[in-house]
Design a protein around this ligand. Sequence first.
Ligand code: 5GP
Ligand code: ZN
Length: 113
Amino acid sequence: MDCLFCKIARKEIQAKIVYEDTLVVAFEDVNPQAPVHILIIPHKHIATSLELTADDAALTGHMIAVANKIAQDKAIAQSGFRMVMNCNRDAGQSVFHIHLHLLGGRPMSWPPG
Ligand code: 5GP
Ligand code: ZN
């Protein structure tokens, strides 16, 4: 399948991987929007969050647990961080393989733009 993040998960395209297990891969965003900007993706191709079902509950819970672990490892857990999953056009989703953004290391405004 011609999917950028599937290729990163299969190591066909290089990325700075910070964590990997049987369910997920986490790597640095190529265009970071904060001092820490990591993407957590499932190995399994899922185009948008709309395709997630109850069968994926363990996977999505694990994605959040991995984001928490990376936030601890990067020492941004106590200062604070943001998790974002964009879905479709109005949210600005540009890669159609779900990814959880982990952003931190600076104060962030709310509401997001
Ligand atoms: P989205 O806008 O879909 O929520 O986020 C896609 C993210 O993937 C963007 O933050 C973008 O910088 C990142 N990205 C796009 N292409 C690549 C790539 O080839 N490598 C890495 N590491 N990140 C990418
Ligand atoms: Zn994919």
